[in-house]
Structures are given as C-alpha cells and as structure tokens.
Design a protein around this ligand. Structure first.
Ligand SMILES: Nc1ncnc2c1ncn2[C@@H]1O[C@H](COP(=O)(O)OP(=O)(O)OP(=O)(O)O)[C@@H](O)[C@H]1O
Ligand SMILES: [Mg+2]
Length: 375
C-alpha cells in the first residue's frame, strides 16, 4: 500500500524547487528556451508573477544538464552589487559541493568581499583581479560547455540606477575575451512591466539589447494544462474523481484562476483541505467553501487595490464602479473599451446615455497611479 501524500507536498504554490511529479509540460517555451540557451547569447524570460518562469527555466536547465546558479536581484539590491550576488551564489557551500568547485578557489573569491566589498569596475579595463572574473573562472572549471548564471527577479533592481548600469556593463563585458573564455551566459528573468522599463531606461540600450535573445512571454497555462495539474494532484492525494467531476472541477479552477499556475496550486490546496475534512470525498458543494477560503487567504491585496479604485456610493451614476464590475465579467486577459461598453449596456441598461459614456477615459484612470487595476 502507498501512503497518501501530504497536501503541501502536492500543491505547492510558492515552492521554488520544481516538483517533477506535478510539473506540466510547456512544449513551446521549453523548446525556445533550450535553443536560446545553446546559443552564444544571453536569454531573457519574462511573464507575470506566478505564471511559472522559475519552474520553467529550472526544468529546462536540468533536463539539458546545463550547470547553473541562480542569483537573485533582490539580494543584489540589498548588497548594492550584482557582482557580489553572483559571486556569493557561486561560492555558496551548497553550490561548491553540488558543482564540485575547488574550495581554495572559492575561498579566494570570497576574500574579495571580506575585505570590504570590491566594487565591480565599470570601465571595461578589468584586471585579472576582478572578483567576477575569478568567480566565472571557477565556474568554467566545472567542465562541459556552456554554463548559466540566472538573474531572477530583475524588477528588483530598477529602483537603482547604479545596479542597472552595472548589469549593462556586465552584459557588454561578457564579450571580452577573458570573460568569453569562461563560457558563462546570463539568463535574465523578470515581470513584463519591469523588463520593458529596463530596456527603456538602461544605458547603452542598443548594445545591451543586441546581446540578449528574448523568448516568448510566459503566459498562463491553458485549460488542458489546468486539468493536468488537477488530475495529477488529486491522484497523488488518492482522491477519486469521475471523468465528469474532473471536467467540472477543472473548468471551475480554470475559470477562477485564469490559468495562473501559482493560483491553480493555491486553489487546489484549499479544495484539498475541504475534501480532507469531508473524509477524502469530493462533492461539488465543496467548491463554494474552497472559493471562499481561497479568496480570503490569497487575495487580500487584490481586494485592497480594487477597493481603492471604487467610487463612493453617492456619485450620481457611479460609472466607474459599473466599469469595474463589468471588467470582472470579461473572461479574457485583453479587451478594449467597446467590450466594456457592450457589457454596461447589458448589465446597467437604465443608466446608458445616448452620448459618449466616457468609458475610455475611466479605463485610462484605472490604468494609472501606483496600483493600477489594468495594465
Ligand atoms: N509547469 C508547471 N507545472 C505545474 N505547476 C507549475 C508549473 N509552473 C509553475 N507551477 C506552479 O506555480 C508556482 C509559481 O511558479 P513560479 O515560481 O515558477 O512562477 P514565477 O513566474 O517565477 O513567479 P514570480 O515572478 O513571482 O517569481 C510554482 O510554485 C508551482 O506551484
Ligand atoms: Mg520566479
């Protein structure tokens, strides 16, 4: 007899390591990424938070047996140095063991930072003593061909002009013979707004863009892939579902999560707890309960943002509130003002004007400010 897995081992909305028994394939992205990683160029992956960028690159890098380390730009921002974060990742005890680095050499690299943080030189006249070069040499001794340094959460360095400049320098520097000999490329990962902003604000934008290959945006998973996650997860939890129930349940999950991988896991986790309380039997009525617990636990921040955009009730027509209501009825990720116009006519026929209802300009307002409702 097998032992039923724990719910938190199966549905893992925030797990950074890939759980291969739950991973659903993303053939187009995997192929594009694998090809790009084999080229001598840096690669850029972008997509909204929770859509599976980190799982995607980890899966592809390990499937292709490409040695890699993950540097987190949030740390670079804390240390005020991308170089330091990359070096730290490479000489971390875990990495030293996993990739079989020479410990003496790792100690040499770490000595730079112990001395008080040697800054990365920005004038390309880099001496052999550059810690980044030392760290890359260490990495290149691992053997094999290309190695990858992942720079994840790119958006966290945008506040800092210094770090943006440093990244631009590193990207250009990697063409320099001494660095190129190490055969290390970057894989840059971030959310779309951030990435666009990066390319509009970075220095030497042409030289930088020219050295980076971008793969298609990582979007949400489709309804078939949602069903695959539901099916795999419930099988591992030994929850029995008829074919009809699987379809009904997957449709529901797809509808309310819009296929954002992290949300799919979050929702299924809530539902699995409800099913556990129901002696591991699935019933349709449990969906209401899990909707409620998922909404209250996960979407507090979204509530606040939506609330901040709602008009006070006194406003004569409350058009803005109607528009927000209608936006919730739209099933796709992209729409224009005519879609909202149609919905207002259907949902609020008594308030419809003959003249322009100002929908476009209200949508414009909802897309502005610090916490836009629309992008
Ligand atoms: N291919 C996949 N198959 C199954 N589940 C997935 C897949 N990709 C992602 N997930 C689920 O979604 C969660 C979030 O994925 P991931 O951390 O890769 O998103 P991300 O795009 O890197 O988000 P962020 O921008 O916030 O870092 C994972 O913890 C996992 O539960
Ligand atoms: Mg990520």
């Amino acid at each position: 007899m097998t032992k039923r897995k724990d719910i938190t081992e199966v549905f893992t909305p925030r797990q950074s390591e890939v759980n291969t028994s739950m991973y659903v394939k993303r053939p187009l992205h995997e192929k594009a990424l694998a090809r790009s990683l084999k080229r001598n160029s840096h690669t850029l992956i972008f997509g909204d938070s929770g859509n599976g960028k980190s799982w995607l690159y980890k899966k592809v890098l390990s499937d292709n047996a490409i040695p890699y380390v993950v540097a987190n730009c949030a740390n670079a921002s804390r240390f005020k140095s991308i170089t330091q974060e990359i070096c730290n990742c490479l000489i971390e005890p875990g990495t030293v063991i996993k990739l079989g680095f020479s410990e003496e050499k790792a100690a040499e690299v770490s000595a730079y930072f112990a001395k008080g943080g040697l800054k990365h030189s920005t004038d390309y006249e880099v001496s052999q003593e550059d810690p980044l070069l030392k760290a890359f040499k260490l990495f290149s001794d691992v053997g094999g061909n290309r190695k990858i340094v992942v720079l994840d959460n790119l958006e966290s360095i945008f506040q800092s002009k210094e770090l943006m400049d440093e990244l631009a320098d590193i990207i250009i520097l990697l063409d320099d013979e001494r660095y190129a000999a190490c055969n290390v490329n970057l894989l840059i990962v971030g959310i779309p707004n951030g990435v666009l902003q990066y390319f509009t604000e970075t220095k030497n934008v042409e030289s930088v863009a020219n050295r980076i290959q971008e793969i298609e945006k990582v979007v949400s998973i489709d309804s078939g892939q949602v069903m695959e996650i539901v099916k795999k997860g419930f099988e591992q939890l030994e929850i029995k579902l008829t074919g009809g129930a699987l379809i009904e349940l997957s449709d529901h999950v797809w509808n309310i999560t819009l296929g954002i991988a992290q949300r799919v896991h979050e929702y299924c986790e809530c539902l699995a707890y409800e099913i556990e309380e129901n002696e591991w039997k699935y019933e349709k009525d449990l969906l209401k309960k899990s909707d409620h617990s998922w909404l209250t636990q996960g979407l507090r921040q979204s509530y606040q943002i939506i609330e901040s955009h709602l008009n006070s009730r006194e406003t004569a027509v409350a058009r803005r509130n109607q528009i927000i209501f209608c936006m919730a009825k739209v099933r796709s990720h992209q729409f224009d003002s005519s879609v909202i116009d149609g919905l207002i006519r259907k949902e609020f026929p008594r308030t419809v004007l003959v003249t322009n209802m100002g929908i476009g300009s209200i949508l414009g307002e909802l897309a502005g400010g610090d916490n836009p409702l629309l992008i």
